[in-house]
Write a protein that binds this ligand. Structure first.
Ligand code: GRF
Length: 203
């Protein structure tokens, strides 16, 4: 058995419940092949930053609004990733789109969580509550979440894990969003991170 762990950066923009699921999974031993070294937020007011600090994880905001361009953002991100010798990235509710240049360089080393069963309700513009609104509008009886590798196509990279969740009578987008998080996202994201980290360190 190797003692080496993959060094992980988690990118966030909002509340950070998926980040919390990853932090908890490190504590309960679901994630053993990697450790979260760094959290980067696209917004300085994201509650996810607070969660990171509470868990003793280095965290910072790198925002396009403040820096003016995606290029400037990615330059700063690259510096941070280098500083922390990061091996893999997890997008956990990160709302900025990364450049093709960036995703190419991190081929099969960036994971994203999306709150539907890809290829349904995904791609440009499908984020947050909108995904669940569209699922309810369509009348699907089953939805879920998908973890996939990130490439240059939004939500288009190779699928790593999926879990289905039932849609119930009377669901609102908010209720459905919560069920998808509890029954799918918070479970398959840690499992996918462990799987990918283990593969990276050759376990
Ligand atoms: C989640 O629904 C995730 O699937 C999507 O953005 C949301 C992030 O929520 N990509 P949180 O910040 O992890 O609470």
């Amino acid at each position: 058995m190797t003692d080496r762990k993959a060094d992980i950066a988690v990118f966030v923009s909002g509340g950070g419940t998926n980040l919390q699921a990853l932090i908890d999974a490190q504590e309960t031993g679901i994630i053993t092949s990697g450790r979260i070294r760094l959290v980067i937020s696209s917004r300085s007011d994201a509650y996810a930053l607070e969660r990171a600090r509470k868990a003793g994880i280095d965290a910072c905001a790198i925002s396009a609004k403040e820096l003016g361009s995606r290029q400037a953002v990615e330059e700063q991100i690259n510096n941070k990733l280098e500083e922390y010798s990061i091996d893999m990235i997890v997008l956990a509710g990160y709302l900025s789109i990364l450049s093709e240049d960036f995703t190419r360089r991190w081929d099969h080393r960036i994971l994203n969580i999306h709150p539907s069963l890809i290829p349904s309700f995904c791609g440009r513009g499908y984020y947050g509550l909108r995904v669940h609104e569209e699922a309810l509008k369509k009348g699907v009886k089953v939805t879920g979440a998908t973890v996939h590798f990130v490439n240059e196509i939004p939500d288009g990279g190779e699928i790593v894990m999926q879990r289905a969740v039932e849609v119930m009578e009377g669901d609102t987008p908010e209720i459905l969003q919560r069920r998808v998080m509890e029954q799918a996202e918070w479970i398959i994201l840690p499992l996918s991170v462990e799987k990918t980290a283990a593969a990276l360190i050759g376990k």
